[in-house]
Design a protein around this ligand. Sequence first.
Ligand SMILES: NC(=O)c1ccc[n+]([C@@H]2O[C@H](COP(=O)([O-])OP(=O)(O)OC[C@H]3O[C@@H](n4cnc5c(N)ncnc54)[C@H](O)[C@@H]3O)[C@@H](O)[C@H]2O)c1
Length: 433
Amino acid sequence: MATNTTMPAKNEYARSRIGQPLVRRPSIDPSKLLPMDKTEHIGGHDVFNVLFVGAGNIMFGSPEGPWNHSFRLEHKLGPRLKVVALIDPDTRRANEVLGKKRDSFVVSAYQNTRVCKNLEEFVQTMTPKETPRAVVIGSPPMFRGTEKPGRNIEIQLLEHFPDVALFVEKPVATGPLEEMKDSYAVAKAISDRETICSVGYMLRYLKAVQMMKKIIHDNHLTVMCTIARYACAYEAIAKPDWWDKSKSFGPVIEQGTHFCDLSRYFGGEVDLSTVVAHSLEWDEHAGQLSKMTVDESKIAPENRIPRVTSATWKYENGAVGNFVHVVALQGQNYSCELEVYADGYNLKLVNPYVQPILYIRQPGDDNETQMTFPDDDPFFSEISNFIDKIEDDDSESGNILSNYEDAVRTYELTWAIRTAAEASRAKTKALAQ
Ligand SMILES: NC(=O)c1ccc[n+]([C@@H]2O[C@H](COP(=O)([O-])OP(=O)(O)OC[C@H]3O[C@@H](n4cnc5c(N)ncnc54)[C@H](O)[C@@H]3O)[C@@H](O)[C@H]2O)c1
């Protein structure tokens, strides 16, 4: 069964762009990923101060999905959790979500939470007792991930609270491509200070994903190819900004990023010079959609999003990556799959958001075997590992699977895909004239 070599595969190493040593891509034993109801809150008695940035869906939940960081933190930290402040320019929304928390059994975590319009307000008014140990950043990505005033919350936090740990939502930023160097500068600042930092690519924490990693590791496999497909249910997407490239920077950067990240997690570093892509655009016959709930005529034509983006690339070790993002399905549920091929093996992850199933084909059997992972909660696993890492930096128990620089690389890949698709479209149009 074992192939090639007993050394870790070459593509499990990342060459750093910010001058750090080579790092092996981390993984977690899948048997150690437990849902909330199978774990107890962390031990100890001292207060654990957390600062929330953003009072939106990712932090407090929404009917659209299972995300809700506050809920997972309450379970992980138990009575130790104290949310010292909730920063959001929309103070009405912030007060509303806090009101609900104070009406519930988790009141002790939120009793003294202050609402602040921005970080400066918190810093100017806080007492030393309120110094945060961790900050969870769930503001929209256009307000972070750069060195520019008003969009540099990570740098500001490092200056005010040098020992703080950061949890940052994906994508690390959204902005013009020229700002990519800013995001690498933020990564360098975080790395230079050895700040504990986790980025919310929660699919890496799926049990199914860690099972795939284990199979690859145990059998000393080298990934040959990744094939990722992300087909969203567009009828359910009612946020006008999502349909506007000038606001959300397009569906690959905003949404497909999760699958570009998973592709990199298995395939290794991408040779960005090899990325080629094609798109089906809104003004082509095949790109007409009948069930959009947003009035697209209000969006400038040049900012309307593609219906299909299909990209391919070489990884640095020679393996090939393929990614397709599709805006075609109606109803509610997305259709997402990731296949990973290695000599003798096909590992196929299906439906990772709702009910992950892993299909495995391996040497000695032409049939696929199937694994399911009931009750898996990757949102809890990512928060749980983040807190464990803060509590005991040296222990094996806290394993961060997506650090800031790694996440910037995913952001860069998504920009490379968008740029390649737009270049291809421009070429086709020019030839047609
Ligand atoms: N990992 C996942 O599956 C997942 C799921 C949902 C959202 N997200 C990510 O979380 C982030 C937030 O998304 P959301 O759905 O919660 O958005 P949202 O619109 O529901 O909430 C964002 C909140 O941030 C506030 N805000 C705006 N500017 C701010 C600033 N400068 N400082 C602090 N707060 C500010 C807004 O007023 C709003 O209340 C995005 O990056 C999104 O991609 C990730």
